[in-house]
Design a protein around this ligand. Structure first.
Ligand code: SF4
Length: 413
């Protein structure tokens, strides 16, 4: 269902409460600061085919002083955020919300400005992700084909851990094709009692590093000792997504808590490994949950080195197998807001890129995304191939980021 609601004033709060039911999200106030305002309550995945009714005439629209104050405050928050010379860690939800709900073109323009001040906008990191242990996971993440709980429906067969040799071979192929970061994912809840597997994974990590590539792993929850061992083996980054807002999280996963996820991130950070942590859009969350996700990661003791933005790829047989795709505007809005509030972070377009038009991807790169997964496969889902991405880079004047190149940029204001 999609309903368009006309608002004669910035009725964000009222509209938010009207559309707060799960599965809905609130599109931003359009024409903020102008007489005409139209607000759309949308359901993720359902495209906007019904045009909103015509805006009220200026004579009809009388903003209250409160509306005007709110708009001015939102503008000031955006201006201050865009003028920042260094990352901030004390964002409030209200500030993130003020940025997130800006008119989309303005938001994308401002995030593009920030992107150009903190990064080389032509550079995009190429990362290849290999599933080194498929399926058989005891967790119940509602979107995941690798959970044993949904195995009957998905038909995915669990496999043993890949050999060190086959992983290094895959990394070599990725490098030959231009990838500079190699990620390895294993479908485990945690690493408890997996001494032998950890030993093999450390060999994989060292072997990939010896090729001059950055290495990332995602192995579920790890403790501080395991994090230290991985650091010693040469690990560049550890991926552990928080997925969504703290409030919405229990609707998606019941077998591990949000705080357990944050604990793993602290072990990774304390070991001196870069944190890669992001979210999945299209789970049925609303805009407030996307703001909640952004608030969680942007208020960590240090911002994630990498923030992957995934669009749910619904897999038949999982509880979210029938979900409609997330609206592209929600994806763009999340990327643009992330770029403004975490200016030095690498923002990665992760799962779901296969379904995005090239122009949509370009818009994301313009607004601040600067990493992609590329190669043959992304865990259990399709991925854009190296040749396809190389051709796209050629058309848009993009180039691959070199390994270990990203560093904090000094910024002039
Ligand atoms: S922990 Fe990872 S592999 Fe296991 S069900 Fe969740 S997303 Fe899938």
């Amino acid at each position: 269902m999609r309903a368009a609601i006309r608002a004669a004033a910035p009725l964000r709060a009222a509209v938010r409460s009207a559309g707060r039911g799960r599965g809905t999200s609130v599109a931003p106030l359009q024409f903020l600061g102008r007489a005409q305002m139209s607000t759309v309550v949308e359901e993720p995945g359902i495209s906007s085919t019904t045009p909103p009714p015509p805006p009220p005439s200026p004579q009809q629209y009388q903003p209250t002083q409160q509306d005007v104050d709110r708009q001015q405050r939102a503008k000031r928050i955006l201006q201050d955020a865009v003028a920042a010379t260094a990352p901030r860690h004390d964002w409030t939800r209200e500030e993130i919300s003020a940025i997130y709900y800006q008119p989309l073109m303005e938001l994308a323009f401002q995030s593009a400005n920030v992107h150009r001040r903190f990064h080389n906008p032509a550079e995009v990191q190429l990362c290849t992700l290999m599933n080194i242990k498929t399926g058989g996971c005891t967790e119940d993440c509602s979107y995941c084909a690798q959970s044993t709980r949904y195995q009957k429906g998905t038909g995915l067969e669990a496999k043993k851990v890949e050999s060190v040799e086959s992983v290094l071979n895959a990394a070599r192929i990725a490098k030959e094709n231009g990838s500079t970061r190699f990620c390895m994912g294993a479908a485990w809840r945690d690493m408890r009692g997996r001494k032998n597997s950890l030993k093999n994974i450390k060999e994989m990590v060292s072997g990939v590093r010896a090729m001059g590539m950055e290495v990332c792993v995602t192995l579920g929850m790890i403790d501080s000792e395991q994090a230290k061992e991985l650091k010693e083996a040469g690990l560049t980054a550890y991926n552990h997504n928080v997925d969504t807002s703290r409030e919405f999280y229990p609707s998606i996963i019941s077998t591990r808590t949000y705080d357990e996820r944050l604990k793993t991130l602290s072990h990774v950070r304390d070991a001196g490994i870069n944190v890669c942590s992001g979210g999945i859009l299209g789970l049925g969350e609303n805009s407030e949950d996307r703001i909640g996700l952004l608030h969680t990661v942007s208020t960590l003791p240090s911002h994630p080195e990498s923030f992957p933005v995934n669009a749910l790829v619904p897999i038949k047989g999982t509880p979210l197998g029938d979900r409609k795709p997330i609206e592209f505007t929600s994806m763009l809005r999340t990327i643009a807001t992330a770029r403004i509030i975490m200016p030095a972070t690498i923002i990665r377009i992760a799962a779901g890129r296969k379904t995005m038009a090239e122009e949509q991807q370009a818009m994301c790169f313009m607004a601040g995304a600067n990493a992609i997964f590329t190669g043959e496969k992304m865990l259990t889902t399709e991925c854009n191939g190296w040749d396809e991405d190389a051709a796209m880079f050629g058309r848009w004047g993009l180039e691959p980021m070199k390994s270990f190149e990203k560093k904090e940029v000094e910024v002039d204001v």
